[in-house]
Design a protein around this ligand. Structure first.
Ligand code: ZN
Length: 684
């Protein structure tokens, strides 16, 4: 492949991104140029008369993807962490261009035939496992995009796909409109009893924005959640609960105004049709084509088994809250809008412990040092800060990971603190994916982003334990990306990993935040240097599993509802949505919501996100990470042989092999749910 347009301002193939060189006005022309060049490259590759081979087709296409990724990733990253109006405009202008490029590639019939020729040709058996996986995945994705279909069905498939993306965005729009349409204006401070200062401040700001006296509450989660957990005013909780669980439906304060009912029906019908065109019996089967779970029965059995074992515990926990609410609040009947409130009071009553108590032991410099030491003891890597690398903000920093033999394995940017123009949340993203080309080896680079409270004055930023866990979680994804040994970007690191297995390395690393031996490496008082006291550690551990039965069955209710909805769709009968929901609740749930509850109308994970017939993935991945961690409970949390085995099996191999094969290679057997039940405090 020719070197191409090296003058492109977004692209420096040799080095790290030059963030200061990314000018919004250059972004659109640069992306246009890259896409034109990419289209020409694909044409040229397909024109060749020689038989298609790995080197003549797949490798150049992998390099093409790497080239686009390297150019686009820093733009997307800056848009997330240092946004400006012109950059956002440029970013949004490029998104549809990139989407249509990917769609075009995924629907390229000649390209599919070329991959087919390689898969059927004499070279295929000689390719290594990762290369074969690249070819197999490509053919699978062509198939799932409808490329194999005869012309009439293909046209229908395209129409259905387009209609589905339209319906999904309408669903989301309804939900947004309904969420924004409802507010609660309060002028009597007595109504705010129990609410923490942060929630009051937020409501006060909201009122100020509308030029109102007092406080305004909304259905956005930062406003809604504290009311449900802390507001002593029962009527306020009931009112907000009703408004929240009836959004975009035929019930509640805005009944019928943005009703998603018909959209949901249409989405389910079209998904069923789409799956049918591809030869699947239903959409649940279609969804599993890219997942680790091998069949719909396996998923159903998995969810039902977990539910059977956790429901008694959830019922016991609920009875406990009801008793506490009777004793403390004189409540005859615990309603759904009382559960979070009395659960929170029960937690304070029983453990006399707040997340705040732990902050002094989790100063950011200590936590980072501890995180790097944990990685070092597990995988023999050294992590050191590197200066002289261009960054986008003084709060950001840059690190290199070096292996035991001194070789560089990867690098990462770290950007920990919240600030204006930075998107909320925590995530790991790819900057560069590991790839071997004729020019040599390109090492992986990651972005690790969090939104912790920045340091004030001379004191370091102090984290709550949940934030420590978040950092470990994202770093787990980062290690998956950076310690990979796979040289082909589409199956390197987290790429090509089954959706229901991709959270394994991240959830796995979280476990070290709960182990005394690991905490002793870094949980020291930031002023006195004393270790985390035993009593505090014990409280933290015992509060961990408060109501884990109730949390478990709630997730299982969502997962089973989602899966059955897509599995049992029958064209004649429609979705039978309410019937399935009722049955699932009867089977799984501890709390029975009131008849007006329309939670499904706001379930955007499955109606507007990527989780359709895939919500079970959350629990699935937890089973994998718990079961993997059980090895360390048996052998010791820093048992070197086990951690090196984990490194070589999961972290280094990325998506180059089936997730189940990798799991069996690590554990010597298929996953079992026992460890998750034990870690959640639910007896097996
Ligand atoms: Zn994650």
């Amino acid at each position: 492949m020719p070197a191409g347009n090296q003058a492109n301002p977004l692209l420096d193939l040799a080095g790290l991104p030059c963030f200061s060189q990314i000018r919004p006005e250059h972004v659109v022309p640069a992306v246009d140029a890259l896409l034109t060049e990419a289209r020409e490259t694909v044409e040229r590759l397909l024109e060749q008369t020689v038989p298609y081979t790995w080197d003549s087709l797949v490798q150049p296409l992998e390099e093409l993807g790497q080239r686009l990724g390297r150019a686009w990733s820093p733009v997307g990253h800056l848009h997330s962490v240092a946004d400006s109006e012109p950059l956002r405009e440029a970013y949004n202008a490029c998104l549809p261009k990139l989407t249509s490029w990917h769609t075009e590639l995924g629907h390229n019939e000649r390209l599919r035939r070329a991959y087919r020729a390689i898969a059927d040709g004499p070279e295929y058996p000689r390719l290594n496992g990762a290369q074969r996986k690249v070819v197999d995945n490509a053919l699978r994705d062509f198939h799932l995009a409808g490329v194999d279909l005869p012309p009439d069905k293909k046209a229908r498939f395209k129409a259905v796909s387009e209609e589905l993306s339209l319906l999904a965005s309408r669903f989301q729009q309804h939900l947004l409109d309904a969420t924004h349409a409802w507010t609660k204006h309060i002028t009597d401070p007595a109504t705010l009893d129990g609410l923490p200062e942060s929630a009051r401040a937020l409501a006060w700001q909201a009122a100020e924005r509308e030029a109102l006296e007092g406080w305004v509450f909304t259905l956005e989660l930062p406003s809604y959640t504290p009311v449900m957990s802390y507001a002593a005013d029962r009527e306020l909780r009931r009112e907000m609960y009703e408004a929240y669980v009836t959004r975009a439906s035929d019930q509640g304060p805005h009944a019928g105004r943005w009703d998603n009912s018909q959209l949901m029906e249409d989405i389910l019908r079209l998904r069923h049709e789409m799956a049918g065109l591809l030869g699947f019996a239903n959409y649940a089967e279609y969804s599993l084509a890219r997942k680790m779970a091998r069949g719909t029965d396996e998923v159903l059995q998995f969810l039902r088994d977990l539910a059977r074992r956790s429901k008694p515990m959830a019922q016991k926990e609920l009875a406990e809250v009801a008793r506490f609410a009777r004793e403390q609040g004189g409540l005859d009947h615990l309603e759904p809008w009382d559960v979070a409130y009395y659960s929170e009071r029960l937690r304070q009553h029983r453990y006399d412990f707040s997340q705040e108590d732990l902050r002094p032991y989790f100063a950011v410099p200590n936590v980072l040092e501890g995180l790097f030491q944990v990685a070092s003891r597990l995988y023999g890597v050294q992590i050191r800060e590197r200066s002289g690398v261009e960054l986008w903000h003084p709060q950001a920093s840059f690190y290199e990971i070096v292996g035991e033999d001194g070789e560089s394995r990867g690098q990462f940017y770290l950007d920990l603190y919240a600030r204006p123009h930075k998107r909320g949340g925590a995530w790991m993203d790819e900057c560069v994916v590991r790839m071997r080309t004729a020019r040599g080896l390109e090492l992986p680079v990651a972005y690790l982003t969090c939104n912790f409270t920045p340091p004030v004055g001379d004191d370091p930023s102090l984290l709550i334990h949940q934030e420590v866990t978040t950092l470990f979680h994202e770093f787990g994804h980062g290690l998956h990306h950076m310690l990979t040994r796979v040289d082909y970007p589409s199956v390197s690191g987290t790429n090509g990993v089954a959706w229901d297995a991709v959270e394994l390395p991240s959830q796995f690393l979280e476990n070290w935040c709960w182990e005394r031996e690991a905490l002793d490496l870094f949980a020291r008082h930031y002023r006195t240097g004393t270790a985390l006291p035993d009593e505090l550690y014990r409280k933290m551990r015992s509060a961990r599993n408060l109501q884990s039965g109730m949390q478990m069955v709630r997730q299982l209710e969502f997962a089973l509802f989602d899966f059955r909805l897509h599995l049992e769709y029958e064209p004649g009968a429609g979705s039978r949505l309410q019937q399935i929901l009722d049955e699932v609740r009867e089977e799984v749930a501890a709390i029975r919501p009131p008849a007006f509850n329309r939670f499904a109308h706001g379930f955007s994970h499955i109606f507007a996100g990527g989780y359709a017939a895939g919500y079970y993935s959350y629990k699935w991945a937890e089973v994998l990470s718990s079961d993997a961690f059980a090895v360390f409970e048996e052998n010791g949390v820093f048992h070197r042989e086990s951690s090196m085995h984990f490194l070589q099996t999961f972290l280094e191999r990325g998506g180059s092999e089936d997730a189940m094969d990798l799991f069996v290679a690590f554990r010597g057997r298929e996953p079992r749910i026992d460890a998750l039940l034990r870690h959640s405090g639910i007896a097996a």
